[in-house]
Design a protein around this ligand. Structure first.
Ligand code: BGC
Length: 253
C-alpha cells in the first residue's frame, strides 16, 4: 500500500496473539479488519519478529511500523520481560528488525504506553485536558501516565508494592481467575491498588483497560478509591492504534 501521511501501521504483541493493521491517524480507527496470528511458542524475539513481518506483508504495508511489547523499552532496547520470553531482556530491537524488516523503520514501545497514547487521543480520555493514568488488567498490570497528551514512558506501576505485595500480584485479571475471586473480592484489591497510585500521582482520571474492562459496568461502581475511573473504549485496537501513533511520531521510547 502506498504510504499516505494520515495512515500508520501498528502491531500489538500479546501472550496469545500478534495483531496488527493499518490505522487512520485522523480518527484512530483501523481501515481494515485487524490481522491476527497466534503468538509463537516460545515467543523468542526472532519468532515474534517473523510473525510481525508476516502481518506487515499480508497487509501490503511498506511504511513505518510500530510494535508493542509487554516490556520496558528504552532507546529501542527491551529491558524487562515480566510475562514473556526472557530472551527479550537487553535485546536491541533495532538490530532485530534491521534483519527481519530491513526496508522499514520499526518503533518499539511498551504495550500499556501504546494503549495510553491511543485512549488519550481517541478513546476514554480524549476529552481530559490533564493527567491521565491508564492501567491495563490482564496477565499483569500495565501502566501509562500522560499529562496533556505527553507520555512519561515505562512507568511500570504494576510492580509497585501495595500492602506487602506487588500490585499486579494482588489485582491483575489473571489473579482473579487463578484464585477464583468474585467481583467484590477482586475489586477490593483493585481499590487498594488504585488508592495507592492516586495518592502518589493525583491523576484527573484513571482509565482501566484489558479484557476485563468490557465488564466494567459490573465492577467499576464497586471501587472505593477517590479518582473517577472509566473503562477504556478502544477495546482490542488500543495497542495497535498507539503503536501506529508512535511509529508516525518516531518516538523511540
Ligand atoms: C510488565 C509491563 C507490561 C504489563 C502489561 C507487566 O508485567 O512489566 O511492562 O506493560 O505487564 O502487559
Amino acid at each position: 500500500m502506498a504510504e499516505q501521511a494520515h495512515l500508520g501501521f501498528g502491531v500489538d504483541v500479546g501472550g496469545s496473539g500478534v495483531k496488527g493493521g493499518i490505522v487512520d491517524l485522523r480518527t484512530g480507527e483501523m481501515t481494515h479488519r485487524r490481522i491476527k496470528i497466534a503468538t509463537p511458542h516460545p515467543a523468542t524475539p526472532k519468532a515474534v519478529a517473523e510473525t510481525i513481518a508476516k502481518i506487515v506483508e499480508q497487509a501490503g504495508w511498506t511504511g513505518n511500523v510500530g510494535v508493542t511489547l509487554p516490556c520496558v523499552v528504552t532507546n529501542g532496547v527491551t529491558r524487562s520481560a515480566a510475562n514473556v520470553d526472557k530472551a527479550w531482556i537487553d535485546l536491541d530491537t533495532h538490530e532485530l528488525f534491521a534483519e527481519i524488516l530491513p526496508k522499514q523503520k520499526v518503533t518499539v514501545l511498551n504495550d500499556a504506553d501504546a494503549a495510553g497514547l491511543a485512549e488519550d487521543s481517541y478513546g476514554a480520555a480524549a476529552e481530559i485536558d490533564g493527567v491521565v493514568l491508564l492501567l491495563t488488567f490482564g496477565t499483569g498490570i500495565g501502566s501509562a501516565l500522560l499529562n496533556r497528551g505527553v507520555l512519561l514512558p515505562n512507568t511500570e506501576f504494576g510492580h509497585i508494592e501495595v500492602d506487602g505485595a506487588e500490585a499486579e500480584h494482588r489485582a491483575a485479571a489473571s489473579v482473579k481467575d487463578r484464585k477464583g475471586m468474585d467481583y467484590p473480592e477482586w475489586t477490593a484489591e483493585v481499590s487498594k491498588v488504585l488508592s495507592t497510585f492516586e495518592n502518589l500521582l493525583w491523576p484527573d482520571v484513571i482509565v482501566v483497560g484489558g479484557g476485563i474492562s468490557r465488564e466494567g459496568d459490573t465492577w467499576i461502581p464497586m471501587l472505593t478509591n477517590r479518582t473517577p475511573v472509566v473503562a477504556a473504549t478502544l477495546r482490542n485496537t488500543a495497542g495497535i492504534v498507539g503503536a501506529a501513533m508512535a511509529a508516525q511520531a518516531r518516538v523511540d521510547v
